[in-house]
Design a protein around this ligand. Structure first.
Ligand code: HEM
Length: 473
């Protein structure tokens, strides 16, 4: 009997002192052995190094650590800071394992620029095209991407469409602010999403959401098929109209992006397919309205927290408003608002809507003695560039005057860079200009729950949607 118990104790002791620690050790080093060993051998041959870091646990990698910084303690930049402390201040490139794949984190300005500008070496990949559509410029690759992207960039950023954008967006913003001031409390984010949805839909597709804006909002929040169906009806209507015009020998007038894409031809003189037109309209409205509403929401918070900034903004915009005598702001007017433009840049920097941009290395790439292995994910950690004290002094303070001098090359990339940079950056800046102009000249407001938690997935946003009360001044 005694010997039986003794052998159980010995087995247990063996398990706890040798087997469990061995298993834990194996777990800890598994990813390093599986993914990094082969790369290290290659590095030896090329006299390079694997970027410092650790790939964490099998399958999960560093996901738990990442979630701890982003979700639990709400200090996302400390994920990178912890790596800096461990592996060195000036490295700017680290290895990790996130989103199910061995990855290289890039947060040095030079390497961020290199990755974004080298689309042949660092390819963009989406896990699914279900939400954005397989023909959208966001998911397309190669020459077709280049063709449609340059058309969209040129089309929406010409003076005429930009003037039309301002004329269409302004009344929606003015009307929303008037309505909010009549309510005791407003949740800014969903309300702003309705405003931006109404005017981006009008701008890209000519569809008036009107009183049906809630219905359209839920269509955009639901599945892509439903909203595509609605936009297809509009496309069919236009096709019919253009056929009638052709029969009558009348000129077809192109006014919005949908018209433009319908008439656009590729090098062989072929028009875009219906799917290409629709996917690009749906994704432009989808991405465009949401992201503009996100930065507008943050503008309410940052301006409320910085009364001295608001006062200067108000003075400049009051002067402009008197000059304009109630007329709508034009592009030229907005360019004259020097302080307002600095405020806009600071809102975009602090809002940090795109935390990172994903790429995949198509080859082994060497950078300053480090190897980025072929097939690994590359995460351009944009938000860290904007919150790194090496790039922006006292980065977490809201200080528009920092924009008196231009940031160093590669340190400010809110809209990405290179061939896949954001085509909507001007629309964002103009939208913010209109919003903070009408807000500052006409209203005061209170943030009702200033201690809100920030949700960092998938975009940094106040978890309560930012509850405010607005008063006409
Ligand atoms: C604050 C607002 C916005 C931010 C921070 C933002 C940020 C970005 C970033 C970082 C990229 C590059 C992604 C990559 O390199 O993989 C991008 C791409 C894109 N953005 Fe924006 N964006 C904003 C607003 C808009 C708006 C208003 C539109 C509407 C037209 C838009 C449409 C697009 C499209 C179509 C792409 C894909 C471009 C391509 O792959 O070639 N974005 N955006």
């Amino acid at each position: 009997m005694h010997t039986k118990y003794l052998s159980i104790y010995l087995d247990l002791g063996l398990l706890l002192t040798i087997v469990v620690p061995l298993l834990a050790l194996l777990c800890w080093w598994w990813n390093e052995i599986w993914y990094v060993r082969a790369v290290k051998a290659k590095c030896l041959a090329f006299n390079t190094k694997v970027p410092p870091g650790h790939l964490g646990l099998p399958f999960f990698g560093e996901t738990f650590l990442f979630l701890r910084f982003f979700n639990k303690i709400g200090r996302p930049d400390d994920f990178i800071n912890s790596k800096k402390i461990k592996y060195g201040e000036n490295v700017g490139v680290y290895r990790t394992h996130l989103y199910g794949s061995p990855s290289i984190i890039v947060c040095s300005p030079a390497l961020c620029k290199l990755v974004l500008n080298s689309s042949d070496k660092f390819k963009q990949e989406w896990p699914t095209t279900e939400v954005l559509g397989s023909n959208s410029v966001i998911t397309l690759q190669g020459p077709r991407h280049g063709l449609i992207k340059s058309f969209i960039v040129n089309y929406i950023n010409r003076p005429d469409p930009l003037t039309r954008f301002l004329v269409q967006a302004q009344p929606s913003i003015v009307e929303a602010l008037q309505l909010w001031a009549q309510k005791p409390k407003v949740t800014a984010l969903p309300e702003l999403q309705k405003v931006t949805l109404a005017y981006t839909m009008r701008y890209f597709s000519g569809i008036e959401a009107g009183t049906q804006v809630d219905k359209f909002k839920s269509l955009f929040e639901g599945c892509r098929r439903a909203i595509t169906k609605r936009l297809k009806e509009e496309l069919e209507r236009r096709k019919q109209k253009s056929e009638n015009n052709n029969k009558n020998g009348e000129e077809i007038e192109s006014s919005d992006l949908m018209d433009g894409l319908m008439q656009m031809k590729d090098k062989e003189g072929r028009q875009l397919s219906e799917g290409e037109v629709l996917d690009n309209i749906v994704s432009s409205i989808h991405v465009g309205h949401a992201s503009i509403a996100f930065v507008m929401t943050w503008s309410l918070y940052f301006l409320w927290k910085s009364p001295h900034v608001l006062q200067k903004l108000q003075e400049e915009n009051m002067n402009m408003s008197w000059e304009k005598n109630g007329e709508s702001l034009t592009y030229e007017d907005i360019m004259k608002l020097k302080y307002t433009n600095k405020v806009i840049e600071e809102i975009i920097r602090r809002a940090n809507q795109s935390s990172f941009v994903f790429r995949k290395a198509t080859d082994d790439i060497e950078f300053k003695g480090y190897m980025i292995p072929k097939g690994w994910s590359v995460m351009v950690w944009v938000r860290y560039l904007h919150n790194d004290p090496a790039n922006f002094e006292d980065p977490l303070s809201f200080n528009p005057d920092r924009w008196d001098t231009r940031p160093a090359h590669g340190t400010y990339l809110p809209f990405g860079g290179g061939p896949r940079s954001c085509p909507g950056s001007t629309l964002v800046r103009l939208s913010l200009a209109l919003f903070i102009h009408h807000l500052s000249i006409g209203y005061s407001w209170e943030v009702l729950n200033p201690d809100f938690k920030v949700n960092y997935f998938s975009h940094p946003l106040p978890s309560d949607g930012l509850e405010i009360s607005l008063t006409k001044i």
